[in-house]
Unconditional design. Structure first.
Length: 733
């Protein structure tokens, strides 16, 4: 018998778990409990056949994820060196002496720098990348040979930098132990100071033991292979990438109390490990009361500043204290900057016997956390791609309908999550928290009157904690501004529909409004799974993908996607859904939006989306804007006719027109830069022998540079030519 406490993520997981019983032809009984607070569980509770007899979909990975590919190249390089990462990070670094340098051991550095190993790794990695050529052909960051050589050249540097988190924790603990020992030996200090110092020194010694102890490898976050995977140097699908850690002192009620570090993904840690947050662990409560600062940070804390657009949520980091005045994404005027942003680091906790009702309420309401996005850059320009969601067919007047929404996809975009303060703070305009710059303690809230004080030093500053990471993201912007109720309901419906359509777990996809919950002008979807799920780019690249997601969203909201009829309830449900229920829009995770959610509010928009298609542009402009630009740059009526031919058939547009390629002294009429294709539209004058000889010379020069040359003449069958190169021109939508 198999007893599952919740519905597995996918039919594949169900088959694997249920297969633990009933082997060798024996009968088996499988129980699956479905939580009322989980939309995933309730969806399959109403549709058990989709789980029990559902098709097993292969797991998805975004093979064009640069971080993922780089980690595998690192693993290949280490394999060729034969280097063992041993049992603990301390065995890779110089920890000897009273003031250890913590540099890489000579034998470790020499092994990684071995040139013969690098040569073998280059060959093996090139063979692997050759199998991914199609997946990597459309991404801006990948340049064949050049990218691989750069990664291999940077392996030693990245390996060394990967050890920095361990170094920071070790140095901070060592510094704390020494400082507290000095206080204990200082005859002028009071007994209370010495007792406090004794406790802090014991805490530091325990942290040092956790960092260096190799007795229980499977339980340690600092086991070498696990550590290098979580830091992103090696592939690590089972571990959160680049986590933040909280030091948890063990309870002393048992003879063998076990101190430990508790890790969280950084986007979760910004709230779970926020200032004065309460952490529940193994039946005890712990207060996040201190940031683990390094010695250099105690002397000079590093902060930064940003400007975030109030219209679209786009992020603009300040450079040397200065920033842009106009948003790069939407062109709106930017507000005054947020300054004193402090990158949240590893933290320490203090055990609490109890917490009062005010603290419980403050924790329930949580923090005001703002999300900001910045698209990845390539050679100084945004590598984001844009598509328009357009209605199928034409209007009664014979014209194309107005776009319903704009989609912007960015591979490995930078996301920031900024903790502006408690939701219940008195001064809403005052952002951040007070930090003790010398000892790392967080000052208690002005409302926490009964909360015990920590020994704060006179050196304090108000800082705004933040974290950042790179994620594949999709920005969904309705062309016509929508009401908050519509945007909140769309967020819930589209997120659930994408998860159902592509069999994603709830924690593999996140959705948030931008610029914030009070001004819901667009929806940000990002892949939160390690390595990316490779789903969001399909909503842009596949013309019908958004249509199918919208149809799934209509089904989830109890509407017939073909007729639009209101089905009133989910399959097997006992009651009608009046506005929203746990079978459609409500979930445990969007409780703060429950008053806004209404399936009827989004029906008209979803029904339009269910009869639409996506027109993709090869640049950061919309397709219509890009088409107009190409038409203006075209050098002849024949070239403009060719562009109209592509546009009328929904084929892929070129990225450039009349771009000079200096090495060959030519300007191809059109260029598909991502696909390395140069296109010429040849008129009647190209029939003359001298011109044909020149064309042949140019073609040979371009082919030597790696370009593929395609020529269209005025008498060719253009449809047959584009059909011969679907990987360049795409297919008809």
């Amino acid at each position: 018998m198999v007893n599952m406490r919740n519905a597995p993520p996918t039919p594949a997981n169900y088959a694997q778990r249920s297969g633990r019983a009933g082997r060798s032809g024996q009968p088996a009984l499988v129980f699956t409990y479905c939580s009322t607070g989980s939309p995933h569980d309730q969806y399959f509770f109403k549709r058990p056949e989709n789980m029990v007899a559902g098709a097993v979909t292969p797991p998805r990975l975004d093979l064009a994820n640069e971080d993922l590919v780089r980690a595998h190249i690192h693993a290949t390089r280490l394999t060729e060196t034969g280097l063992s990462l041993r049992r603990s990070v301390k065995e890779l670094l110089d920890v000897s002496g009273e003031n250890p340098t913590l540099t890489l051991l000579d034998e470790v550095r020499d092994s990684i720098e071995d040139l013969s190993a690098k040569k073998r790794a280059r060959q093996r990695a090139a063979n692997v990348l050759a199998t991914l050529r199609e997946d990597l052909s459309g991404v801006a960051w990948y340049k064949e040979d050049e990218w691989l050589e750069h990664v291999l050249d940077q392996v030693v540097k990245r390996f060394d930098e990967t050890c920095d988190r361990w170094r920071t924790l070790y140095n901070a603990a060592l510094n704390q132990a020494r400082k507290q020992s000095e206080i204990m030996l200082d005859a002028s200090r009071s007994q209370a100071d010495k007792d406090q110092a004794k406790r802090l020194r014991a805490e530091a010694e325990s942290q040092l033991a956790l960092l260096t102890d190799v007795s229980s490898l499977q339980q340690s976050d600092f086991y070498s292979y696990r550590y290098f995977a979580t830091e992103g140097f090696l592939p690590g699908y089972n571990f959160p990438r680049l986590p933040l850690s909280a030091y948890i002192p063990g309870r002393r009620v048992r003879q063998q109390a076990r101190d430990e570090y508790l890790s969280r993904p950084r986007f979760l840690a910004i709230s779970d490990f926020g200032p004065r947050a309460i952490v529940y662990h193994e039946g005890s409560r712990y207060l996040i009361n201190r940031v683990i600062l390094s010695m250099s940070e105690s002397e000079n804390l590093t902060t930064s500043g940003v400007k975030q657009c109030e219209q679209c949520g786009y992020l603009h980091p300040l450079q040397d204290g200065l920033g842009m005045d106009v948003c790069e994404h939407c062109g709106a005027q930017l507000p005054i900057p947020l300054r004193n942003l402090f990158r949240l680091q590893n933290v320490a906790t203090q055990r609490r016997e109890k917490i009062n009702s005010d603290e419980e309420e403050r924790m329930r309401l949580g923090y005001e956390i703002r999300t900001a996005v910045r698209f990845s850059q390539h050679e100084g320009t945004s590598s984001a791609r844009v598509g328009e969601v357009k209605p199928l067919g034409k209007t009664s007047s014979g014209e194309e309908g107005e776009p319903l929404a704009k989609l912007t996809y960015s591979h490995s975009a930078t996301l920031w999550r900024i903790n502006l303060g408690w939701m219940r703070r008195k001064e809403k305009s005052q952002h951040g928290f007070v930090l003790d710059l010398e000892r790392g303690y967080w000052a208690k809230s002005e409302q926490a009157v009964d909360e015990p004080d920590d020994p704060m030093s006179p050196r304090t500053a108000r800082v705004i904690p933040y974290v950042e990471d790179s994620r594949n993201c999709l920005l969904f912007e309705p062309t016509v501004p929508q009401k908050p109720r519509v945007m909140a309901s769309l967020q819930a419906a589209l997120k659930s529909a994408i998860q159902v359509r592509y069999q994603l777990e709830d924690n593999e996809l996140a959705a948030e409004p931008l610029p914030d919950e009070k001004n819901r002008r667009s929806l940000l979807f990002y892949e939160s799974a390690e390595g990316g799920a490779g789903v969001l780019n399909r909503l842009l690249e596949e013309p019908n993908a958004m249509r199918e997601v919208a149809r799934e969203a209509l089904r989830l909201c109890h509407f017939d996607p073909d007729t639009g009829d209101d089905l009133r309830r989910a399959p097997r449900a006992q009651e009608d859904c009046e506005a929203a229920c746990y079978d459609c829009l409500l979930s445990y995770y969007n409780q703060h939006d429950h008053l806004l959610l209404d399936r009827f509010e989004i029906f008209p928009f979803l029904f339009q989306l269910a009869q639409s298609q996506v027109a993709l542009s090869p640049t950061a402009s919309t397709r219509s804007e890009h088409t107009e630009q190409l038409l203006r740059q075209a050098g002849s009526d024949l070239e403009r006719e060719w562009l109209s031919f592509l546009e009328s058939r929904g084929l892929r547009l070129p990225s450039h027109a009349q771009k000079l390629l200096e090495s060959c002294g030519t300007r191809p009429d059109f260029l598909y830069e991502e696909y390395g294709a140069a296109v010429y539209i040849d008129g009647p004058h190209h029939r003359y022998p001298e011109r044909q000889a020149r064309d042949t010379q140019i073609t040979e020069c371009l082919e030597d540079l790696g370009y593929f040359v395609i020529r269209f003449t005025h008498h060719n069958d253009w449809a047959a030519i584009v059909a011969h190169y679907p990987h360049i021109f795409g297919g008809q939508v």
